[in-house]
Design a protein around this ligand. Sequence first.
Ligand code: HEM
Length: 519
Amino acid sequence: MALMDAIMDLQALQAMPVGAAIAIGCLAVALGGLSLWLIRGYTNDQQKRGSNLPPLPEVPGLPVIGNLLQLKEKKPHMTFTKWAKTYGPIYSIRTGSSTVIVLNNNEVAKEAMVTRFSSISTRKLSKALKILTYDKCMVATSDYDDFHKMVKRHVLTNVLSPNAQKRHRCHRDTLIANTSKGLHVHVEEHPLQAVNFRNIFEPELFGLAMKEAVGSDVEYVYAEELGTSLSRHEIFKVLVKDPMEGAIDVDWRDFFPFLKWIPNKTFEMKIKQMDMRRQAVMKALIKEQSKRLSSGEEMNCYLDYLLSEAKNLSEKQMAMLLWEVIIETSDTTLVTTEWAMYELAKNPKLQDRLYEEIRRVCGSDKITEEKLCQLPYLSAVFHETLRKYSPVPVIPLRYVHEDTELGGYYVPAGSEIAINIYGCNMDEKHWENPEEWNPERFLDETKDHMDLHKTMAFGGGKRMCVGSLQAMLISCTAIGRVVQEFEWRLNDGEEENVDIVGLTTQKLHPMLAILKPRN
Ligand code: HEM
């Protein structure tokens, strides 16, 4: 997801040193011919090796830079979806010297994620992501190898499997109770003022992430390597905000590996600084929390589990795995819940329908996770939000390591694959009026409404999201509880604020809504 967003960041191209720009300018002219020759070569090669398969449709681009300029907006998923209308559900583009094959409907996406997975199971990371993931040292960014299988088992056993989620239930209940309390305090103190839902929900999600990962929601930590203490807010910035921004930073050399001899010090310094600060804070947290654990304090957390069950991991690997839980818990669930509340506040009739369902099932009791299976409309709200806003719009690039085929086309080894989940979820052949937010489309009585495979939002196959259960439990209970307790109406002018920003589809401007407590 990061690299494809990063592709758009032509700021990086603009921020290029003058000497490098001139060098590239000259090279561009010189390589123009070479590039055309290479494209022709690639097409011929494709036809030669996969002689009985047609060549992939190509989106026309410029010599050398290929389609980079056409992707300058930071929303590649939308450009990809637009191109699918002309070039079909599968086509190839060029980002500098790489060929990327873009998949835009469920059939080809599933083929890549399931049927042809064994040929497409490695990751292609940008320079920024290589540094920030400590070279694929995370469940989500590792290749499908023994390390991946081991660390996935760890995170499932202690944090994300249904049993592990039962053990972390008390933290989710606290999150929901505190979110509700925060909204009540706001309404009592400023009844006429719009509430910024994100300001209340985001710190609660981060608190839950910290409890799951290191055992408690730390208020501050002394980071020896930085020579300073950091408040909770600063810890959040170093562990979540900064890396989320860094992940979409682009080094122009990602697109032109043959120019890697040209230095790009500003970029490298920035990302390395980010990594250094994150490692320093993780190290400090691990030290502090390990002391509490060894003094006999009971903490059901991933750190405790890794210290006793994963002794073969280095200190840095352990820090990365703990950090992974923190960053993954803190972002996508917020994105989904905030967009759901935006749509409900915008559509009073649909909000009323949800409220009536909750009232019928829960009566005057507060909604709990046990009730979710009796609330099909709430589930439909969750799935429709995932469909329309696809929090991970493009799956992190995969790499084709042996010749294969997709959608009836020959796909040579060395290609990169971008699975455009947003495109799949906006496919007019699959979804009627896809631009419309309409939970009713998921209310088919004959289908299991807890089924998490309804949209492509969590990916599919062997790399499907392992955090989907946690995301669903938190997001659905939070939406249910805040609708049960308040009537939501969008603040004036808010309807137009639909821009997104970042690696995931985070709302650019936090949602502002006026709340009226229900009886
Ligand atoms: C609405 C919320 C979420 C969405 C939409 C989402 C989406 C995704 C997607 C699309 C993938 C597949 C990537 C691929 O195929 O390469 C993925 C993988 C993953 N997600 Fe999520 N995710 C969400 C929440 C979470 C949470 C809360 C966690 C953990 C706390 C999490 C942990 C992971 C991990 C570890 C993987 C990698 C699985 C693997 O590679 O085997 N996700 N997620």
